[in-house]
Design a protein around this ligand. Structure first.
Ligand SMILES: Cc1cc2nc3c(=O)[nH]c(=O)nc-3n(C[C@H](O)[C@H](O)[C@H](O)COP(=O)(O)O)c2cc1C
Ligand SMILES: O=C(O)C(=O)c1ccccc1
Length: 387
């Protein structure tokens, strides 16, 4: 496998032939480019967050408050960015976060993301709310590592059917998102009255499901889209779920189960007690509870509570290699990347997603090198400046 940092060299050498990267290599700047070039409502849907977007800003501000203290003469010629997670080897501690309705960015949507991720050995977490089905995405990823994210529907038979399908299609782990049974108050979308799924985008896993079809009255053709959307809104989320319901999942999924949207140490303890294998410390990129704690600020307490028993993953605000190092230093084993790859999909399709993954991983590799960090295991709180 090529050294991750090779992307830096590749960019400079292609420059000698007059070829520029095409997309910004600063994944923060990518958002500005996306704002200039993408369809305004689709961009607003991705870039937006809940309420005043204070939590989305806090996510980034939290990274700014932490500082790395580089070490010299550590003899690190080639850092080891790889890790083992749930029994699988990964080239780097970065996965692609589950993002629904990717087809508003590019009609190929999840298929293009699956191909880009698979080509680089990066794990894609497929959203339930996808425009291509569990099976189609599995085929596109050609054996590449994939996890499935469940939006736990009200209809238990449908939930079970999703798990059966994901297992049969070779998804290794199950990410259960708990923070979005109810869509938050999102002014950017409200002001334009724009919600992609009400236009039928992102329902592929539902309309292809025999249980869902039966509930709607199969088969579902284009003319029945309205009925499908109504049935979807009726079953999408279940706010009445509680810790008592977790055995339902545990009994039906042999592989790792990871609860996403955990911000409180007690919730992490309950997850471990319920036999879960991991949590994702996440505030959904600031898109759900506005005013919520920055995800990075929630991480240390969760890691202290359960980090020695289950895998603590992290998302919300990752944009650079040093962000990955900071999250790992504060207790995460790996991180999930959200919006940047979504913008890249909208701007340049599969090649854009490749560019974003390669940029972040090269940045991580190089930042470990210039900070004298030999491997992920060496990323401890001591890597950061004290308070
Ligand atoms: C447009 C969009 C759609 C999303 N859809 C889902 C989803 O279907 N399931 C899910 O668990 N999280 C979803 N998320 C949340 C991401 O998985 C992730 O938590 C978040 O984007 C991380 O923050 P970041 O964008 O700052 O990296 C979505 C995020 C965005 C921006
Ligand atoms: O927009 C989101 O953040 C999200 O999680 C979602 C919810 C339902 C369908 C698609 C995406």
């Amino acid at each position: 496998m090529a050294v991750l940092a090779d992307y830096q060299r590749e960019i400079y050498f292609r420059g000698l032939e007059g070829v520029l990267p095409g997309l910004p290599t600063d994944l923060d700047a990518l958002e500005r480019t996306a704002g200039e070039r993408l369809e305004p409502r689709a961009f607003a849907y991705v870039a937006g967050a809940a309420g005043t977007e204070s939590t989305a800003r806090a996510n980034r501000a939290a990274f700014e408050r932490h500082r790395i203290v580089p070490r010299m003469l550590s003899g690190v010629a080639e850092p080891d960015t790889s890790l083992e997670l749930f029994g699988a080897r990964m080239p780097a501690p970065v996965l692609l976060a589950p993002v629904g309705v990717l087809a508003i960015m590019n009609p190929e949507g999840e298929l293009a993301v699956a191909r880009a991720a698979a080509g680089l050995g990066t794990t894609m977490v497929l959203s339930t709310a996808a425009a291509h089905s569990i099976e189609q995405v599995a085929e596109a990823s050609e054996g590449g590592p994939r996890w499935f994210q469940l939006y736990w529907p009200k209809d238990r038979d449908l939930a079970e059917s999703f798990l059966d399908r994901a297992r049969a299609a070779g998804y290794r782990a199950l990410v259960v998102t708990l923070d979005s049974h109810t869509l938050a108050w999102r002014p950017r979308d409200l002001d334009q009255a724009f919600l992609p799924f009400l236009r039928g985008i992102g329902l592929a896993n539902y309309v292809t499901d025999p249980v869902f079809q039966k509930a709607v009255g199969s088969p579902i053709g284009d003319h029945d889209l309205h009925d499908a959307v109504l049935a979807w809104t009726a079953t999408f989320g279940d706010a009445s779920l509680s810790w008592k319901d977790l055995p339902f999942l545990r009994e039906r999924w042999d592989g790792p189960i990871i609860l996403k949207g955990i911000l409180h140490a007690d919730d992490a303890r309950r997850a471990a007690a319920a036999g879960m294998d991991g949590v994702v410390v996440s505030n959904h990129g600031g898109r759900q509870a506005d005013g919520a704690i920055a995800s990075l600020d929630a991480l240390p307490a969760v890691a202290a509570a359960v980090g020695d028993r289950i895998s603590v993953l992290f998302d919300s605000g990752i944009r650079t290699g040093s962000d990955v190092i900071k999250a790992l230093a504060l207790g995460a084993r790996a991180v999930l990347l959200g919006r940047p790859y979504v913008y890249a999909l909208g701007l340049a399709g599969e090649a854009g997603v490749r560019h974003v993954i390669r940029s972040l991983l090269a940045d991580l590799d190089i930042t470990m090198m210039v900070c004298g960090i030999p491997s992920l295991g060496e990323i401890t709180p001591e890597v950061l400046a004290g308070p």
